[in-house]
Ligand binder design. Sequence first.
Ligand SMILES: *Cc1c(COP(=O)(O)O)cnc(C)c1O
Length: 375
Amino acid sequence: MNPIQMVDLKSQYLRIKPEVDAAIQHVLDSTAFIQGSSVREFEEQLGQYSGSKYVVSCGNGTDALLVALMALGVGPGDEVITVPFTFVASVEAIALVGAKPVFVDVCEDTFTMDPSLLESAITPKTKAILPVHLYGQCADMEPILDIAKRHNIKVIEDACQAVGTEYSFADGTVKQAGTMGDIGCLSFFPSKNLGCYGDGGAMMTQNVDWAAKLRAICKHGSIEKYHHVCLGLNSRLDALQAAVLQVKLHHLDEFIANRKAAARFYFEALKNVDWIELPDNKENTVHTFHQFTIKVKEGKRDVLRQYLTAKAIPSMIYYPIPAHLQPAYKYLNYKETDFPVSERLCNEVLSLPMHTELSENQLQYICETIVNCPL
Ligand SMILES: *Cc1c(COP(=O)(O)O)cnc(C)c1O
């Protein structure tokens, strides 16, 4: 059995090496390293895959969030509602445009924004809602979009962990993560479900004017070179990354299928372990398992983690500290007990190895080790 890794990018690369190497060589031969044809081609292909009218690529997922907020005119004096149980970038982007991050707690079972808490957090200053599709599962978008519409507030989806995840509405409509709100943000960080070999990101929108605005902001606020119509920055997906992403987008359905198969193995093998809670698999959102995150009763999580480490099984805590208790966001004046679900989850969650190359032997070993853990 090969050593178990949290994410195994090497084995995946070896499996698709001929395609990736040829795509990279093609860019090297063209020497069009910035905004080459592979970038536009990838944007078009991702639009087709996700059902998004417009895809605007950028430098990384954090920039995608930042540029989305800039395009919607969010700034000082505005409030943006998000969750404290997320990767810090969701909150950071709001603070970077000078707006105030306002938190609502997450649901105990899905780890995503609790729509029942949303309305009471809305004030006349609320400009946008920024739900996070955590671990590969969509936030409950139908009620979130309804509330946003009623209050005339924009919705920016942090879909950085959920490319390809489908969400079903009550009327039967199915949409992909990132295509439901006003702007959806993706990250192509190497370990994400669609990852490149460096940094990369994209924004998706169904609105032609915002697409143009997003594109302009990423190019120093210009549509025509050296004519600057608004404040912008430099955020680009480079051609080498786009070439890698074109190859990997081609394999994305298969990658997601591999993740789902590993998840099925975990669900089956761990279903009778009464001291852990398995992730929720809601019917209205097809989980793509960016992470397979279990909950371990408070106090026992760290014991299990040490035990797994001793047995050469890696695991990770995403995330150990909620955003509202991070020193960087102390100025928001939140305190412990403000978001009890997020705070409890930080003490209970443990993400198990999850990637496209897990073998049955490896999964068997991981699950047997957990089942036999003396807790
Ligand atoms: C990865 C991630 C980001 C940021 O993406 P980068 O490409 O690393 O900048 C933002 N939000 C969430 C939820 C993420 O997982």
